[in-house]
Design a protein around this ligand. Sequence first.
Ligand code: ME8
Length: 519
Amino acid sequence: MEKYYVTTAIDYANAAPHIGHAYEKIAADIVARYQRLCGKKVFFLTGTDEHGSKVQKAAIAAGFDSPRAFVDETSSKFKEAWRRLLISNDYFIRTTEDRHKEVVQEVFRRMRQKGDVYIGKYSGLYCDGCEDYLRETDLVDGKCINHQRPPVHSEEENYFFRLTKYKEPVRQWLLEQEAHVLPAGRKQEVLNQLDDPELGDFSITRSRRSLTWGIPVPDDPEHVIYVWIDALTNYITGAGFLSDEEAWSTWWPADLHLIGKDITKFHAIYWPAMLLACDIPLPRLVFGHGFITVEGQKMSKSLGNVLDPVYLTEKYGADAIRYFLFAANTFDQDGDFSRAEMIKIANSHLANNLGNLLNRIVTLIGKNFTNAVPDIEAEQKYLDLADAKTEQYCQAMNVFEFAKAIRCVLDFVDEGNKYLADQKPWSMFKEYQETKDEAKLREAGRVLVTGMKLVKRAAILLAPVTPDLSEKIWKSLGYTESVHSITFNSSQFSHEITPGQVINNPGPVFPRLEEKETE
Ligand code: ME8
């Protein structure tokens, strides 16, 4: 069985999750569920990044005695948010886990043994939002462009990693025929960064005087390992490096590191260089997605528009949020979350198009065939259309073009709705009742069986995006096992339906969303 290992960035445990964090985790979940549908054995890792000065300061500001108690609380908020958003991660890693500390220290040791670590003086401008030193040329009006505040001058003795030794091998990896960084524009940015002579060796520790909340350097506890080295290493800890030989040999190298565009440099330059120094194979692909704004504006505490995904799931349910984010945005570009748009799109696509098609079919089969699917051939051209669209769906999913993939499903659902509207099976049933002409009954049955097969295929293909809705549709079509156990190779994937299969009518599977006037 082919394997697929997908990871997300691990979120800073300095505050509760927001919709941007959710966007990435849902994307990774869509990938994981789609790869399971392809029949692969999947390991899906997400988690929280819990060390560093940013988290330490947030703990103090929140009035906690110890950062540990603070990160216990914040990481559980992330776990809860992902549970509500139906994220199917196989493991949730926390960088404060003991086995992770051992892995980080081992990575440090290996780099040092290779002669790739040396001690030196560092003097520079540090932005604790980025947890990174910045150059004058990175600043706009003296401020960090990502965090809109000036970095602080910092001078201390640090350990350095000889990145310069690995710039050329990393460039070679980036230039290999098989793309290792996507989208292509982001790969070009990384290649440009590698060309910059100012990108040199970088500091990989902080002195204990400036940072206590982190993993100590082995044999030199006066120094604490830089939070990015600690964070990136989560991907190998999660795969069982040093702790689980069998898991490690199964899962590594990662097939996909899904991350935001702002942290591409760390994943496409620092991380491969670190792995090369440790003689660990490089990941297959790093994908840097776009950023989500809220109602057209960048999220910020000062604007008070930081959107809480838990609140959204309580109000609208996970399916609507998941569907809207990926049907309405292009994954490799920046996108937006707007409530009014979400309500409009979810109602139109899920309640009207898909929900209505299902509802008409189960109601008419219920009434006219006493809930049992009649033994009648479907109209082949619609099944051929669904197959062709399934192929296009897979092509789009394979390159993370989620909106395009979703559109393929809607295309054949739309055709199904048109087909029903043209054929009017309800009139055929009426005619049958009046004339008792069996041919009319069969004609109507044919329309319904065709429609049912389209809905069946739609439920399977949308399951990675709308897991709950797909399951409801699937169950209403009379299946007992879960839609999430279906793979492209399983018999249930084909257009075959057992005649006599008993459908049931659960009422609207996607109740229309309403915006309450008071909110
Ligand atoms: O960067 N839209 O953590 P983080 C889309 N701990 N994605 C967004 C976003 C938005 N508005 N805001 C943030 C870190 N993200 C590190 C990662 S990985 C070894 C360590 C994405 O909490 C961001 O790009 O700041 C990143 O991929 C993830 O959320 C976590 O961001």
